[in-house]
Design a protein around this ligand. Structure first.
Ligand SMILES: [Fe+2]
Ligand SMILES: [Fe+2]
Length: 170
């Protein structure tokens, strides 16, 4: 990593949020099934990787250090998003509800991002106040993100893991 500065955990996760927001905006403006499918696939890939690194690394690090209800809701919001993500992956732009699914997914993500980024009481704000090593977490998140992206590039999009159905560790 010659010229890219390592990001702390919150900076990395916020950057992911901005990237996916941009993709949702592009989808809104897009026309043509090919373009829409390409963007929707990118959105789903970004969200699968993002949710997974949060669930594997960031959320567990927050356990016991942030409001427990908020943390549990975060897992459930991921679950709800993954249901739509799975349907979007399985579908195609000519499907009657395709655009609506992408739109509702964007609204769910907007709400979830707000819960994570809200000033003072959001998950990230609470995590920042707690004694977490954000630089070390940022490195772990970046490494895992690269791994997952490489897996997707090699094997295509996976079916998202529906974590709260299986029970989480909190
Ligand atoms: Fe997030
Ligand atoms: Fe999240």
């Amino acid at each position: 990593m010659a010229d890219t500065k390592a990001q702390d955990a919150v900076a990395l996760l916020k950057q992911d949020h901005r990237n996916v927001e941009e993709l949702f905006e592009q989808f809104e403006k897009a026309s043509g099934d090919g373009r829409k499918q390409k963007l929707a696939t990118q959105i789903c890939a970004e969200l699968i990787v993002h949710a997974q690194i949060e669930e594997e690394i960031f959320y567990p690090a927050c356990e016991g250090k942030v409001d427990e209800d908020l943390l549990k809701e975060s897992y459930v919001e991921h679950y709800a998003a993954k249901v739509l993500i799975s349907e979007i992956i399985a579908g195609e732009p000519s499907d009657e509800f395709y655009d609506s699914k992408v739109k509702v997914l964007s609204e769910e993500i907007e709400h979830h991002v707000e819960e994570e980024e809200k000033r003072l009481e959001g998950l990230f704000a609470q995590a920042k106040k707690a004694d977490l090593d954000m630089d070390a977490l940022g490195e772990q998140l970046a490494a895992r993100k690269q791994e997952l992206k490489a897996e997707i590039e090699a094997n295509g999009l996976p079916t998202p893991k529906l974590t709260t159905l299986e029970e989480t560790s909190i």
